[in-house]
Design a protein around this ligand. Structure first.
Ligand SMILES: Cc1cc2nc3c(=O)[nH]c(=O)nc-3n(C[C@H](O)[C@H](O)[C@H](O)COP(=O)(O)O)c2cc1C
Length: 350
């Protein structure tokens, strides 16, 4: 109820201002640890990338860009938090306004372009604030840097010890040419670079790729082949979409940028299903795109996601959304007579 009143105020506010307000609030560290903690048995627990997850719900990249509030995020019931996207040097991102709420569609369009404080500053911040949950660090190249592979390597070297896993973002539609890295030759070069880096490091941490939802079946097949051959650690499926805006209702539907939230749900599910079928369970998938309740979360798992992330649902359903989803998910799994969430992964992929 309180959030509904607050939300109607937020709806009138510029989305970026509202987001800054939310970050300031979460930085105050006033959420008691147990408030949203789920009294859970083993139903939602799983081990992915060699990491134990208390439940499958994580915060997607983009919300905590500069790693300021991840310890508050765990307190809201999220099992993991992915900070970033972080680039080697600080950058301002694209000109404002660059975030639009589509209230009629439960969606957001953003063209932020990785505004962030840069890897050095973020590294120091994480160093001074030990994580109390699973921390993913999402990295990307600076806008003006043509040799993007080098930027990824700089960030990987910086964050490899701090992160539980690292996500390589090649799929933001708001950095020119970034999505060209889905090209087979380019992504093969990038994977080889990572393998070379890992050869000289003792500790093995997952380095996963975050892909665009705007891939056709033949592109997914070609990518799957190379991912299987090179044995990559995992995928985040998916980032925002630039396709599918014509069916939306909201007056903001033609704004430039990537679309997230409800309209992305089915689009990302199709991509997850196709990759899962090709992988036959060999490569873990974090599903993202329109997860907003127990039902949409369960659907994504049944399409082949081992874990889930969300961003837009926090804006439309409030800060307790992860805790609610977990409760709903636990009931759905039990109703189906399953013992653990991993028994549901991919059951609808065929
Ligand atoms: C305002 C906004 C900013 C985002 N920034 C990033 C980002 O910096 N890096 C990234 O990998 N994804 C970013 N995303 C994409 C989300 O991480 C997620 O993949 C996508 O929004 C789909 O999930 P959702 O429908 O639950 O929001 C952003 C999304 C939104 C709405």
């Amino acid at each position: 109820m309180l959030y509904q009143i607050f939300n109607s105020f937020l709806k009138q506010t510029d989305p970026e201002v509202a987001h800054e307000f939310a970050i300031k609030f979460l930085k105050k560290k006033i959420i008691p640890f147990d408030l949203f903690k789920l009294k859970t048995d083993n139903t939602l627990k799983s081990k992915v990338f060699g990491i134990n997850f208390q439940n499958p719900i994580g915060l997607a990249a983009g919300f905590d860009k500069n790693a300021e509030v991840y310890n508050s995020i765990y307190k809201l019931g999220f099992a993991f938090s992915e900070v970033g996207t972080i680039t080697p040097k600080p950058q301002d991102g694209n000109p404002k306004p660059r975030v639009f709420r589509l209230n009629s569609d439960n969606a957001i369009i953003n063209s932020l372009g990785f505004p962030n404080e840069g890897m050095e500053r973020v590294y120091e911040r994480i160093k001074n604030n030990p994580k109390q949950g699973v921390l993913g660090i999402n990295i990307g190249p600076n806008k003006e840097n043509a040799t993007k592979e080098d930027d990824y390597l700089l960030c990987i070297k910086k964050f490899y010890q701090q992160a539980d896993y690292i996500t390589i973002n090649i799929s933001s539609p708001n950095t020119p040419n970034l999505r060209n890295l889905h090209d087979i030759k380019k992504i093969t070069d990038l994977i080889n670079l990572l393998h070379n880096f890992k050869k000289n490091i003792k500790e093995n941490k997952a380095i996963i790729f975050k892909l665009s939802p705007n891939l056709d079946n033949s592109e997914i097949d070609a990518l799957s082949e190379i991912f299987l051959e090179k044995k990559i650690d995992g995928l985040v499926l998916t980032n925002t979409t630039v396709v599918g805006k014509e069916l939306l209702l909201d007056i903001n539907k033609n704004k430039e940028g990537g679309l997230s939230g409800y309209p992305l749900n089915l689009i990302s599910n199709q991509v997850i299903k196709k990759f899962y079928k090709n992988f036959k369970g060999k490569i873990p998938i974090i599903g993202a795109g329109g997860v907003s309740d127990g039902f949409s979360a369960y659907e994504k798992i049944k399409c082949g996601a081992n874990l889930l992330q969300l961003y837009t649902a926090i804006v439309f359903r409030g800060p307790y959304v992860a805790s609610r989803i977990n409760k709903e998910l636990m009931n759905l799994i039990r109703k189906d007579g399953l013992k653990n969430i991993s028994d549901a992964v991919g059951v609808n992929a065929n």
